[in-house]
Every structure is written in structure tokens, then in C-alpha cells.
Design a binder for this molecule. Structure first.
Ligand code: SF4
Length: 248
């Protein structure tokens, strides 16, 4: 896997970020009040960097780290129930080398896939405030620029979907009002100027199209109630595979 120095620098900045005082205080509180089952863990309790293959064609966007999951282990979705579903599906469809990951040093690797989130600090009750989402958005916008090969974006759940649409609009994508549901596919495009010599062509000429796939979030709330079944979740990744075949 090739390194992307800019992306690595961005993730180091994320780890140092303290823009949201409520979340900084909450992370401290979480590590001061660990549940018994995790009392021997040295909690990460900082913003979580995104991770994966910098040449990925598939970008997955979570909502926020789980206080006792990724926030404990130091890697998104690692050691939590949603991660068990997500990593299981990624392994099944060839995007990961292991069916699950419980700690960040267990050799788990993504291939052709990158995982990020709407916000990178665990919020109380899994509910980020609108201003916290806005504080975190610039990191995602920068990732969109740096992950140049992304063809398919999968926001997990409705909030991530809504926020992804907003970010894509800010990046100049032509995104109409789109409805959320499970298993929908939308194509969104943008034109942007092509560099020529030292300047830019006067009119936008290059086109980039992203396939946006919708899915319910693999949260326990959805998976334990049957709102999201394994078959439904895997159907999304079958659609992703098909899309990648079509787009090449
Ligand atoms: S949620 Fe994002 S912007 Fe807020 S402190 Fe964490 S990393 Fe920084």
C-alpha cells in the first residue's frame, strides 16, 4: 500500500484537535469512568484518525466513534458491535484481510477501502451537536480532495448521509434533494477546472462522478431489532462490487 504523506499529516492534525470543548471534556470523563469489563484498558480518548487504503475506490463514512469502542481502542469501529458488522462485510467482499478487529494492533488492514466519520470524537449519547459537526467538517472536505480515486461513497445511516450531501455540495458537486432509505444508489457529479500550463482553462472541463450508496447504520439499535439484517447489509456491498466493475 502506497503512503499518502498529506493524508497522514491531516490525520496527525485530527489527533491534536481540541476544537469542541464539550467533546474534549466528555472523552476525559469516559476514560475516568470505565466500565468494569474494560477497566484494564488505557483508553485512547482523543479524536480518532480515519484509516485505510489511500488509493481506495470505496469510502465509508460513519457517524462518530463509540465511547467504549473506537474511543477505547484508538481506531474507528475497532472493538465495537457496529465494527463487527462492518468489518465482517468488508472481509466477506474482499475489502479487509480479517473478519473482525478488536484492537488496533491486531494486523487488520483495509484494501481499496477507507473509513472516515462525520465527527471524530465520541459524543455523549452518540449525539453530536450541529456546531461540532461543522467544526469537524473541514477534515472530511480535505479527505475528499486527498482521496483521489474514490468512486463509491457509503455513508452509514441517515445523519452521515445528510452530512455527506452537504459536504459534497460544498465541494461543488451538483447534489439535488435526495431521500434516504436502505439500498439506494445516486450518482452525483461535479465539473472542475483543468489545469493547463501555469493557469486554468476558463471553463470547467473535467468531470468527476461519485456513486452514493445508502444504508441503515449497523448500530445495535438497528441490528438487534431486525431493521438491518446481515443479508440487507451485504446487499450494499454486492452493489458496491457491481458499481466498481461498471466503472472500472
Ligand atoms: S469532533 Fe472533530 S472538530 Fe471536534 S474536537 Fe473532535 S476532531 Fe476536533
Amino acid at each position: 500500500m502506497k503512503r499518502n504523506i498529506e493524508l497522514e499529516k491531516l490525520q496527525r492534525n485530527v489527533i491534536d484537535c481540541r476544537k469542541c470543548p464539550r467533546l474534549v471534556a466528555y472523552l476525559q470523563e469516559v476514560s475516568n469512568h470505565k466500565p468494569r469489563r474494560y477497566r484494564d484498558w488505557d483508553y485512547w480518548s482523543k479524536p480518532l484518525p480515519s484509516f485505510g487504503d489511500p488509493d481506495a475506490r470505496v469510502l465509508i463514512i460513519g457517524l462518530a466513534p463509540a465511547a467504549q469502542g473506537g474511543n477505547r481502542t484508538g481506531r474507528m469501529f475497532t472493538g465495537d458491535r457496529s465494527g463487527e458488522w462492518l468489518f465482517g462485510a468488508l472481509y466477506h467482499f474482499g475489502f479487509a484481510n480479517q473478519p473482525n478487529s478488536l484492537q488496533s494492533d491486531d494486523g487488520f488492514k483495509l484494501d481499496d477501502c477507507y473509513i472516515t466519520a462525520t465527527i471524530r470524537c465520541a459524543p455523549p449519547k452518540n449525539k453530536p451537536l450541529p456546531e461540532e459537526i461543522e467544526n469537524c467538517r473541514p477534515y472530511f472536505l480535505e479527505e475528499l480532495d486527498l482521496l483521489k480515486k474514490v468512486q463509491v461513497i457509503i455513508p452509514l445511516g441517515q445523519i452521515a448521509f445528510t452530512q455527506t450531501l452537504k459536504s459534497l455540495r460544498l465541494k461543488g458537486y451538483d447534489v439535488p434533494a435526495l431521500s434516504f432509505g436502505h439500498g439506494k444508489l445516486y450518482l452525483v457529479s461535479r465539473k472542475f477546472p483543468t489545469p493547463v500550463g501555469n493557469g486554468l482553462k476558463p471553463f470547467p472541463t473535467e468531470l468527476r462522478t461519485i456513486s452514493l450508496m445508502t444504508t441503515y447504520h449497523p448500530s445495535q439499535q438497528n441490528t438487534q431489532t431486525g431493521k438491518l439484517t446481515r443479508a440487507m447489509f451485504h446487499r450494499i456491498f454486492r452493489m458496491v462490487k457491481k458499481r466498481l466493475e461498471v466503472e472500472g
